[in-house]
Design a protein. Structure first.
Length: 187
């Protein structure tokens, strides 16, 4: 009969996510995760096989976390509701000090089809949440949401080179420019 788990799989994934989002993949070794939860590396391997399995489970869980986060935001339709939503999600990007970790994670997603699939799921959730807040006058809310999401992604990468203020401030300014070009969404 196997011994009961002293540390749940959820606790392991919590620690793995914290290490990953705080220090990138360099701080995301099996030894680091095992030490963070107080179990032996061999125990971690028995439960999860390898680092890639843990990374995929963290990414899978991030889809649920994203859905819960978005579901917790007010659903106010119209130009003002959309802008409030964008201010909230972009504001949560912060000043950009930890942005390098997010770039590194995006790079990991390019190399692994399963991670790419989870990223696509997260992006679809964000775009659907944007589309749900569009004014009724917007003809193609899904396409506009995809465009705005692309503006966010592009602006974050531009910010890396420009470093013009905080990340969230820079991205919001770029979104204002884009919204001002879409009839009915001018800010």
């Amino acid at each position: 009969m196997p011994r009961p788990k002293r540390v749940s799989d959820e606790a392991v994934l919590d620690a793995a996510a914290r290490l990953l989002f705080e220090g990138g993949s360099a701080q995301f070794t099996l030894s680091d995760v095992a030490a963070a939860v107080g179990i032996a590396r061999a125990t971690l391997i028995q439960r999860f096989d390898n680092r890639e399995t843990i990374l995929r489970k963290v990414a899978e869980r991030q889809v649920s976390v994203t859905a819960q986060y978005l579901d917790g935001l007010p659903l106010k339709r119209g130009r003002d509701g959309l802008w409030q939503f964008l201010e909230t999600i972009v504001g949560d990007m912060g000043d950009g000090e930890d942005f390098g970790v997010h770039v590194e994670l995006a790079w990991l997603e390019t190399a692994d089809p399963k991670l790419r699939s989870y990223a696509a799921d997260r992006y679809a959730l964000v775009q659907a949440a944007m589309a749900a807040r569009m004014p009724d006058s917007v003809a193609r809310p899904g396409e506009i949401a995809a465009h705005l999401h692309a503006v966010i992604a592009g602006a974050t990468m531009q910010w890396v080179a420009a470093r013009d203020g905080s990340l969230s401030h820079y991205v919001l300014n770029q979104l204002k420019v884009a919204l001002n070009e879409i009839r009915g969404l001018a800010i």
